[in-house]
Design a binder for this molecule. Structure first.
Ligand code: NAD
Length: 499
């Protein structure tokens, strides 16, 4: 059936017959947790129970890590010609594309994301990520370094071993793919721990990995909460942990690595990204629409969310009118309806957290629009897109990551002031500047302390070619691009003495 025919009725009927797997995937098979403990997987759409999920504990962590280690040591994956790994990973991506509807539906039910996004971004994006790293891996070469005449010096990259990937719930499959695709392409074994709030697609694609030919033990999925992640981060046979999540948990992960075996730690953490509109912006209409999507896309549950909007005083009034207009597109709706642009907040806890910030905002700033819980589907978790004028940006809501659809507007008078406010944050994930002047664009981009800078756009660059990650407390290392391979490989110098 063509995408345009897939209406709410279609997705509801698919839901009625959907089979959901909730067990862990270890060493090529689905298994209950050894304790037989489970946790409930609740849909944020309507609060109903989707499945009971294996709550993996220490014994399961150990099983998965041992399986990954055995698979790595057997050389059955790491020892393959990269061309062969590529072929298997391409088959996996093709299977994901074949099961795109099922996976998109799982993601929407599990995370409350609009089906319009899971069918166009999350699932195809994950398949593309796997394809990209598969295609890359038989093309990256080592180096022959300059050396004395009697030596040949090789510099090569080798897989690091067992990689644990611990990921969040806002793009469950996509964030996981950004880790496991380069790690697997490089020849590592992977133990993936999805968020306890959105484990379903990770569990499902594990089976597809096996079907594609990824050997048992090379790709394992361990559902569970923070304790499961902690178990991986403390495990002495994990060589590397790649984490995406909040900054406080990222700090703990670093600590666990230090307490155990100094495993490599790569962190993709939070953000409070500034989106700066200068008075010479050539297209205020487009800037306003983009500012709305920068904060309201994915319910604001975006690490890169443009949650601080810095507007020059001279254009502020005109710009805010356009922005509030653009916000009307983000009326919360049933995520299963393809017309919905704004779905449900992941769970009650996050909803309460966001509403808590809105309450704070009401006390310390001026509410421009939104600010209330929305009632879309009984039992579900929805909130209106919300904008506060915080004037100088000192308000708490303009400083802390909310991870929800709440925008803080900040006014400035000079470029220097805008840059100073933009950089006055513990985070440094992304930033944007809108200007018609090329020199200003370059100058401001250079001065912004963040891993990504967009000029006259926001959230562009869906290609895998651009490294993604943060400065300061937004993390270290980079996902995406060939640079991601650096995280999952060790650099080796081999010096060969000639006769
Ligand atoms: P979180 O830090 O609460 O959880 C992330 C993962 O860590 C989950 O799988 C969780 O179970 C696990 N975890 C929790 N406590 C742990 C512990 N003590 N030890 C090991 N693992 C533990 O984050 P979240 O609420 O799932 O996601 C939201 C956060 O993720 C936001 O801060 C957001 O900015 C960030 N994020 C960053 C990026 C990026 O690329 N920089 C992308 C998406 C999300």
């Amino acid at each position: 059936m063509e995408t345009q025919n897939k209406d709410l009725k279609y997705w509801r009927s698919r839901r009625a017959t959907l089979e959901i797997e909730g067990r862990a995937f270890i060493d090529g098979t689905y298994r209950e947790a050894q304790s037989h403990h489970t946790f409930d997987c609740i849909s944020p759409i309507d609060g109903t129970l989707l499945a009971r999920i294996a709550a993996c504990g220490e014994a399961d962590v150990n099983d998965a890590v041992c399986a990954a280690r055995r698979a790595f040591d057997s050389n059955g994956w790491a020892g393959l010609n990269p061309r062969a790994r590529k072929a298997i990973m391409l088959r996996w991506a093709a299977l994901i594309r074949e099961h795109a509807d099922e996976l998109a539906l799982l993601e929407t039910l599990d995370a409350g994301k609009p089906i319009a996004d899971t069918t166009t971004v999350d699932v195809p994006g994950a398949a593309y990520c796997i394809e990209w790293f598969a295609e890359a891996i038989d093309k990256v070469c080592g180096e022959v370094a300059p050396a004395d005449q009697h030596l040949v010096g090789l510099v090569t990259r080798e897989p690091i071993g067992v990689v644990a990937a611990v990921v969040p719930w806002n793009f469950p499959l996509l964030m996981a793919a950004w880790k496991f695709a380069p790690a697997l392409a490089a020849g590592n074994s992977v133990v993936l721990k999805p968020s306890e709030k959105s484990p379903l697609t990770a569990i499902r694609v594990a089976r597809l990995a096996l079907e594609a030919g990824i050997p048992p033990g090379v790709f394992n999925v361990l559902p569970g909460g923070g304790e499961t992640g902690k178990g991986l981060a403390l495990h002495r046979d994990v060589d590397c942990i790649a984490f995406t999540g909040s900054t406080p948990v990222g700090k703990l992960i670093t600590q666990y690595a230090g307490e155990s075996n100094l495993k490599r730690v790569w962190l993709e953490l939070g953000g409070k990204s500034p989106n700066i509109v200068l008075p010479d912006c050539a297209d205020l209409e487009r800037a306003a629409k983009t500012a709305a999507s920068a904060i309201f896309y994915n319910m604001g549950e975006m690490c890169t969310a443009g949650s601080r909007l810095l507007v020059h005083r001279n254009i502020k009034e005109a710009f805010l009118d356009k922005l509030i207009d653009a916000t009307r597109r983000y009326v919360p709706g049933n995520p299963l309806d393809p017309a919905t642009a704004m779905g449900a907040i992941i769970d009650q806890t996050q909803l309460d957290r966001v509403l808590g910030y809105v309450d704070t905002g009401r006390r310390e700033a001026r509410l421009l629009t939104g600010g209330s819980r929305a009632h879309v589907v009984d039992g579900g978790f929805y909130i209106e897109p919300t904008i506060f004028d915080t004037d100088n940006g000192n308000a708490l809501i303009a400083r802390e990551e909310i991870f929800g659809p709440v925008l803080s507007v900040i006014t400035f008078d000079t470029i220097d002031e805008a840059v100073r406010i933009a950089n006055a944050s513990d985070y440094g994930l992304a930033a944007a500047v809108w200007t018609a002047d090329l020199t200003t664009a370059h100058d401001v981009s250079r001065r912004l302390r963040s891993g990504t800078v967009w000029v006259n756009c926001y959230d562009e660059g869906g290609d895998m070619n651009f490294p993604f990650g943060g400065y300061r407390q937004s993390g270290n290392g980079r996902d995406k691009s060939l640079h991601a391979l650096e995280k999952y490989t060790e650099l080796k110098s081999t010096l060969i003495r000639l006769r």
